[in-house]
Design a binder for this molecule. Structure first.
Ligand code: FAD
Ligand code: UDP
Length: 373
């Protein structure tokens, strides 16, 4: 038994680490998840018509990291896909990130021209400016634009998503979607952007096709009677939970998805429509845009945000702020003392990781594990 590894959590982080332990070290792994599926929040499934539905919100793979792209490409073929998002602003459907095209849709042509010139003169063409930074500008014209974008794109959406105003969350969060001084309407500009051709779940299943990996679903870490019996534990659950919450609870935001089948070919023009100001949901995803799917009906999901309550709903987003980071640091320091436990992933590192960042971190953690063999 002491030769076997235990990986807690079968999300993309746990699966990458389990796959590497099995294929690179040739060692046995027990991979457990308290939920009844592999893939964690990346899970997708096929509807009766064959539409691949992302069970936990829209998942678009995008990265500049060639190593991560090449690694995952061993387990899936890809369909090229560029994500485009429209926000419903004052009844118009306007591209987000807010960019030069958005300006011409939101304002009369003469004013739009002035705004475009002012932006290019101040920041340069092709630059990305976080909204909170743009609001600090002195120019009355640019201040007018920044306030418009703040009010119409960020304020309502952020209050729904995080329960607080944009200036009360970490700048890196609203900074994920900066104002983009460009005509490029894509949500991401990464070198690689795609969706696994047969879905994320299939990609993950392919990773786990190794006799040395035993998968046990519906199994919580607390049910493992003696973790010390394993050579090493790789823990991808909530770090505060691992330590019994001794330094306080790390808060998260959770989501509720209202998923509907509609008897119509297409509900909206793009995969994702954001609703900053109207309704209680933040966005609607229509899944058939991700992969070519010629079905009579369509499937959409409305996303509602709420606080995470342990045992009641799923922790989806860490809430990055100085107070929470100082709690996290206490757990991290204690975690570093444990020689046989490695903490990895969005929940164990309390990081707002995209999938590629989770995979990059998992590959790094595996190097650490390999170094300790
Ligand atoms: P998780 O997927 O959370 O996996 C952790 C697993 O551990 C879970 O399955 C959990 O059940 C299990 N677990 C926890 N505690 C225990 C325990 N005690 N015992 C047993 N098992 C346990 N990324 C992108 O790159 N592009 C996107 O478009 C994108 N969209 C997103 C949309 C939404 C709504 C959300 C929430 C995230 C999105 N992400 C996206 C981020 C992506 O989901 C994460 O980067 C990725 O899922 C992190 O994987 P993980 O394995 O670290 O965590
Ligand atoms: N955001 C916003 N309006 C939008 C899009 C994003 O206010 O139309 C803000 C909001 O605070 C959100 C953050 O930017 O939580 C990050 O957006 P992203 O689309 O990256 O969120 P995710 O897909 O991770 O939920």
């Amino acid at each position: 038994m002491k030769d076997k590894y235990l990986v807690v959590g079968a999300g993309i982080t746990g699966c990458v680490i389990a796959e590497n332990i099995a294929s690179q070290l040739g060692k046995e792994v027990l991979l457990i998840d308290s939920r009844r599926h592999v893939g964690g929040n990346c899970r997708d499934y096929r509807s009766f018509e064959g539409i691949l539905v992302h069970e936990f919100g829209p998942h678009i793979f995008h990265t500049n990291n060639g190593d991560v792209w090449n690694y995952l490409s061993r387990f899936t073929d890809w369909t090229m896909y560029f994500h485009r998002v429209l926000a419903n602003i004052e009844g118009m459907e306007i591209p987000v990130p807010f960019n030069l095209n958005s300006i011409y849709m939101a304002f009369p042509a003469e004013l739009a021209g002035k705004l475009e010139n002012a932006l290019i003169e101040k920041f340069g063409y092709g630059t990305k400016i976080p909204i909170l930074e743009m609001r600090k500008t002195e120019s009355p014209l640019l201040k007018f634009l920044a306030d418009y974008v703040y009010r119409n794109v960020f304020l309502g959406y952020t209050v729904k998503q995080w329960g607080v105003k944009p200036e009360e969350i970490d700048e890196s969060v609203s900074g994920r979607i900066p104002v983009y001084i460009s005509r490029d309407d894509r949500y991401f500009q990464d070198k690689y952007q795609a969706i696994p051709r047969l879905g994320y779940s299939k990609m993950i299943e392919n990773m786990l096709k190794n006799d040395k990996i035993e998968v046990r679903l519906g199994c919580d870490f607390r049910e493992i009677s003696d973790p010390n019996n394993y050579k090493m534990v790789i823990y991808t659950g909530k770090i505060d939970e691992y330590f019994g919450g001794k330094y306080g609870e790390l808060p998260y935001r959770s989501l509720r998805f209202e998923t509907e089948y509609l008897n119509t070919r297409q509900f909206q023009p793009v995969a994702q429509m954001n609703y900053p100001s109207n309704f209680d949901f933040t966005r609607i995803t229509e899944f058939k845009h991700f992969l070519p799917q010629n079905t009579a009906g369509t499937i959409i999901a409305k996303e509602y945000s709420m606080p995470h309550v342990a045992g009641k709903n799923t922790p989806f987003y860490p809430i990055i702020n100085p107070e929470n980071m100082s709690i996290y640091e206490k757990y991290r320091s204690e975690a570093l003392q444990l020689k046989n436990v490695i903490f990895a992933g969005r929940l164990a590192e309390y990081k707002y990781y995209n999938m590629d960042q989770a995979v990059a971190s998992a590959l790094d953690k595996f190097s650490l594990i390999a170094g300790r063999v």
